[in-house]
Write a protein that binds this ligand. Structure first.
Ligand code: AMP
Length: 394
């Protein structure tokens, strides 16, 4: 069974092709285009590359195209992306303006280009379907909640991968199995051992932190929109809601302009004034740029705040896991986040941490009560697995 997982940006198309036949999970091909101006052509070029590489003879060889879709009105989980589902995504474009419009137009183009291939989306909100009611709420009138103003949570595919893989690495096959079966039995599989408490830090262009109890999420730092929680590359992160009307009045900004700045001029870019890429910000900070240093300090500060929240919600932690571009590659950020937490039984091994890059590793000292780990994420594999399950159950 060949499943193509397509990652759609407003000007990028990236893909991975998996073979999930029998019990196998093999990645056959990966590729992508940046600065895309002609999306239909990019889709054709993607399919041509798969043919040239000998991975498919025709589109008919694809069992499905899977998408890491973000959010839709009234829909979550793993679903067929028919026109109704696309319209439901479109209805929530304003919640995820940097993500949803690209999926809405991209999925429609795939539907035109490969009409006979099922298109299936695993929503980033799916992993949070079972978070406690209190973790879903904001203090707003009920009509706002019903309209969609609630904490949804995102990065579900990545944090689900970490839920499964961390449990495997910690020798907890019971919890790994529970996480694997989450969308089959809503996290009801039995757990034999003591509770397994994991805090997963997906730190990258978008960043979020999730508490996971026995393979099931208890909350996520991303709330109603992917602009919330930690500061992102250029998106704002958590902000007092009264800042918006205040900025409109004080700075004479229109609502559209405030929205644009919160999506494109905020986060690490806005704070540092340097770049939306942490490599550039780090280089500037090392050469004495005070704003760049402040941006990094703020990022670390916010990450620690969310770790604190989940340490309380989970009543401690067995493991804290770093993943994604920053989490996997930036040892100084990891060191900043883990500093001075000995009183909580969290102790980083500085040498192992400094030497760890983009590979699975335990980076805590042997005496640390909480295991600190780096686990490269694999969101596309999670999508492919759920798409396979979806196809087998229809
Ligand atoms: P992501 O969205 O997961 O691709 O993460 C993007 C962020 O991770 C950017 O701020 C990059 O600077 C950082 N990043 C990604 N790859 C690396 C790398 N190999 N070395 C250092 N930083 C990286």
């Amino acid at each position: 069974m060949k499943v193509l997982v397509a990652n759609l940006g407003s000007t990028s198309l990236k893909w991975r092709l998996f073979d999930l036949s029998g019990g196998t999970e093999r990645m056959l091909h990966k590729g992508g285009f940046e600065r895309v101006t002609d999306y239909p052509k990019a889709i054709d070029d993607c399919l041509a590359q798969l043919k040239d590489a000998g991975q498919i003879d025709s589109e008919q060889d694809l069992a499905a195209v899977g998408f890491k879709t973000v959010i839709a009105k009234g829909l979550s989980g793993c679903v067929r992306l028919d026109e109704g589902a696309v319209k439901a995504m479109e209805a929530f474009n304003a919640i995820a303006p940097a993500h949803n419009p690209a999926y809405v137009s991209g999925v429609r183009l795939f539907a035109q280009r490969v009409p006979q291939v099922p298109l299936v989306g695993l929503f980033e909100t799916a992993f949070y379907q079972w978070i406690p009611e209190a973790a879903q709420r904001y203090g707003v009138p009920e009509a706002w909640f019903e309209a969609g103003v609630r904490r949804w949570g995102f990065h579900g595919a990545s944090h689900k991968f970490i839920a499964e893989r961390s449990a495997e690495l910690l020798g907890r096959e019971d919890v790994a199995n529970r996480a694997r079966r989450l969308y089959v039995d809503s996290g009801k599989s039995a757990v034999q051992g003591p509770p397994l408490r994991v805090i997963s830090l997906h730190l990258g262009g978008s960043s979020s932190i999730t508490g996971i109890l026995n393979g099931v999420a208890v909350g996520n730092s991303l709330g109603m929109s992917p602009q919330s929680g930690l500061p992102h590359n250029n998106r704002v992160g958590d902000l007092d809601s009264f800042a918006v009307p205040f900025a409109m009045r004080a700075l004479g900004l229109s609502l559209d302009e405030v929205e644009r700045q919160m999506c494109k001029e905020g986060g690490l870019k806005g704070l540092s004034g340097v770049s939306n890429d942490i490599r550039d910000i780090d280089a500037a900070a090392k050469s004495g740029d005070a704003r760049a240093k402040r941006a990094l300090d703020f990022f670390v500060h916010e990450a620690r705040r969310w770790i604190g929240a989940y340490l309380v919600q989970l009543n401690g932690a067995d493991a804290i896991v770093f993943t994604a571009g920053i989490g996997e590659n930036r040892s100084e950020i990891r060191a900043g986040i883990c500093s001075d937490l000995g009183h909580l039984g969290i102790e980083l091994d500085p040498q192992v941490n400094a030497a760890t890059r983009a590979t699975e590793a335990v980076i805590s000292t042997p005496r640390s009560a909480v295991r600190l780990m780096v686990i490269p994420t694999n969101e596309e594999l999670v999508v492919a697995r759920e798409v396979k399950r979806f196809l087998e159950n229809i």
